[in-house]
Design a protein around this ligand. Sequence first.
Ligand code: GDP
Ligand code: MG
Length: 331
Amino acid sequence: ACGGVGVDRVPGLGHSGGGSTLLGYIGIDTIIEQMRKKTMKAGFDFNIMIVGHSGLGKSTLVNTLFKSQVSRWSSGWGSEHKIPKTVEIKAVSHVIEEGGVKMKLTVIDTPGFGDQINNENCWDPISKYINEQYEKFLKEEVNIARKKRIPDTRVHCCLYFISPTGHSLRQLDIEFMKHLSRVVNIIPVIAKSDTMTPDEKNEFKHRVRKELETHGIEYYPQNEFDDDMEDKNENDKIREAMPFAVVGSDKEFQVNGKRVLGRKTAWGVVEVENPNHCEFALLRDFLIRSHLQDLKEVTHNIHYETYRARRLNDNGGLHPISHHCMLWRTL
Ligand code: GDP
Ligand code: MG
């Protein structure tokens, strides 16, 4: 959150009673409108990564995100196809525009792990990808002829899929989240929650929260980054509701005359975007409506900053820029 401006009243501009200033309205508050215009023109990047054991519905959730309200207006998505097994890290982007504001949303799908006999260090390719994006950004930042706006491919949040076993976290999940939480904002979610009854779901959520705490896994929104009491109260409520139990689907059904994304189960259609059925909408609103800017800020100020400080230290200063590159840049 923005801090208050620490400037004392300027002599001569003091209040002359009645709350009006000597010079009348200055117009400081128009900065909000000025910023709004700039943001609208520039647009912004938002990058979500999806990680977890194979078969938990990760690729399906990517499709769900793009088919749901997030990007229902954007064209070019909608082919009905069976999702092939994900074999490499793959980023899919869409530019979504709403109210004159452009967001380039990129969802990074990753291959499931846990299939190998030896799962040691299976988070390596994923942390490598995350670090590569920091490196790209750093290279752009230290360039002499810097771009006015550096394209941001850094991962702003990583949705970690937990298997809906109803028991406990796997050792591999714990290790994975521990490693990743040091480099990226981790948001744990419970996958395929339509396979659990509401009671099982609540019980499991509670247990997972306890386990995360026991193992000291810091997921987003991290306690230590709450700005003030207001922030803390809001985030406490979210932390108590986590991990969100989601359902993914890219199939549409007719419900009460409306087409909705859903999954057919023995009890009827589970509507993905209905908050009474699952927490997909809750998760989406959290990611986009309430915490998007904060996710970007924590990524930049904490995770990227940590990477940057380490890199510049290791390097004994700034990364040398090749002569060729400098010439090319100034051409
Ligand atoms: P990935 O390996 O994590 O990418 O998983 P996929 O998205 O390829 O999905 C694996 C299987 O799970 C597919 O048959 C999906 O239809 C199914 N699936 C995906 N999401 C859900 C869900 O929320 N609930 C249920 N019951 N099945 C799902
Ligand atoms: Mg997949």
